[in-house]
Unconditional design. Structure first.
Length: 137
């Protein structure tokens, strides 16, 4: 059977956001496939804010979680294998769930068959659009 962790992550993320809370993800950074800003890693882990206002292009697939976010004002592409996610919780209340660790054989077998999402290729820069709002007197 496939891991239940990606399904639990998506369900809890949706529950936290639907209740107006801020979803945080605790990530074990020891997997070489984890791509996060290393200057924010402490004790082989990092807590990521997954609030819709804090991330762009969030994808929670069965194998990887990926998104863009700013760290210290610098945009970063984040990539987390689902097997490296340890906990998802609401910052405001601490409610959430620790995820069951998968056994090494399952992770190794999945890693051998999965490809991480490709980094989006930078396209031509498009100028920002003007506001669609206008002042009515």
């Amino acid at each position: 059977m496939t891991s239940s962790n990606p399904y639990l992550l998506r369900a809890l993320y949706e529950w936290i956001v639907d209740n107006g809370m801020t979803p945080h993800l605790l990530v074990d950074t020891r997997d070489s496939r984890v791509r996060v800003p290393v200057q924010f890693v402490k004790d082989n882990s990092i807590v990521l804010n997954l609030a819709p206002s804090a991330v762009r292009d969030l994808m929670m697939r069965n194998d990887f979680i990926s998104f863009s976010a700013r760290f210290g004002g610098v945009p970063q592409e984040i990539l987390v294998p689902v097997g490296s996610a340890r906990m998802i919780y609401a910052r405001e209340t601490g409610q959430g769930m620790s995820l069951p660790e998968e056994d090494a054989a399952t992770i190794t077998a999945q890693a051998a068959t999965e490809e991480p999402p490709k980094d989006p290729s930078p396209g031509p820069a498009t100028p920002p659009k003007g506001s669609h709002l206008r002042r009515v007197k």
